[in-house]
Write a new protein. Structure first.
Length: 164
């Protein structure tokens, strides 16, 4: 799909052609796009100037890995305030995501997110309460998790930027 963006420094051209990302959001659309840099290699960009290398080679994230990172970090970003309240503002954490893949159908059957952090300052009751509060925050705020749980149809269109 051609985005119409000639470089990563001109997201407005993408916004002009992009479909709305949300029919219910009051904020401006958040466009993301990827530009081809070689055979099976892309640079993913967003309107805030961030970049990520996407492909199947060294130093690149595969699309599946990006999906796992998106789910893992959506969980921790959703629950960050709950974790900080229980563990302190400067708590350290690592979050990972593993999957069970159905190779025959080229899809993931399940995802397992694991938040690793030092809980030694909490007793058993505090740990249970933190688990409940984290789960509740993720249930309320993790858009990526909601999308995976409920599924979302998508469409693919090839667009010629030279046509009106």
């Amino acid at each position: 799909m051609s985005t119409g963006a000639s470089s990563g420094s001109d997201p407005d051209s993408w916004h002009d052609q992009a479909m709305s990302t949300s029919s219910t959001s009051a904020s401006a659309p958040s466009a993301v796009w990827a530009e081809r840099t070689g055979t099976r290699q892309y640079i993913g960009r967003n309107s805030a100037g961030a970049e990520v290398r996407i492909g199947m080679g060294p130093g690149e994230f595969s699309p599946g890995e990006l999906m796992k990172i998106a789910l893992a970090t959506c969980n921790t970003l959703s629950a960050d305030h709950r974790l900080a309240k229980a563990l302190g503002e400067d708590f350290e954490a690592t979050v990972g995501c593993s999957t069970v893949k159905n190779d025959a159908e080229e899809r993931y059957e399940s995802f397992q997110v694991e938040i690793v952090t030092d809980l030694s300052s909490l007793d058993a009751g505090q740990r249970e309460l933190l688990n409940q509060r984290v789960a509740s925050a993720v249930d309320r705020h993790c858009t990526v998790g909601h999308t995976i749980e409920h599924g979302a149809p998508y469409t693919t269109t090839i667009v010629d930027p030279n046509e009106d």
